[in-house]
Design a protein. Structure first.
Length: 103
């Protein structure tokens, strides 16, 4: 287990309600090739912190990379809707461009 992962897991214990810490762990899992864990963490962030927009973008990209375009379409659609609701038009546009690439 890498030092970064140990630090992130400690931060999660100290700040369990901080979506950025969970996001860091998800990204660390993905970069280390732990796809299932990274996907689970991103899905958990979306469920518990639905306005944390970066999770939708990253989860969509992981789904495309893993060959689950249908799931990517679904997650990008949800992400675009939420991003527009919170006024994050840049992220909504970015996800819309990704969506066009796979549709």
């Amino acid at each position: 287990m890498g030092q970064r992962r140990v630090q992130l897991e400690k931060l999660i214990k100290d700040f369990p309600d901080d979506p950025e810490v969970h996001y860091g762990l998800a990204m660390d899992s993905l970069s280390d090739g732990f796809w299932d864990q990274g996907i689970h963490e991103l899905q958990s962030i979306i469920l518990n912190y639905p306005t944390f927009i970066p999770s939708y973008l990253q989860l969509g990209q992981v789904f495309v990379r893993e060959g689950f375009e249908d799931k990517a379409v679904e997650i990008y659609g949800k992400g675009i809707k939420i991003a527009k609701e919170v006024g994050d038009l840049k992220s909504a546009d970015e996800m819309a461009r990704f969506l066009c690439l796979i549709s």
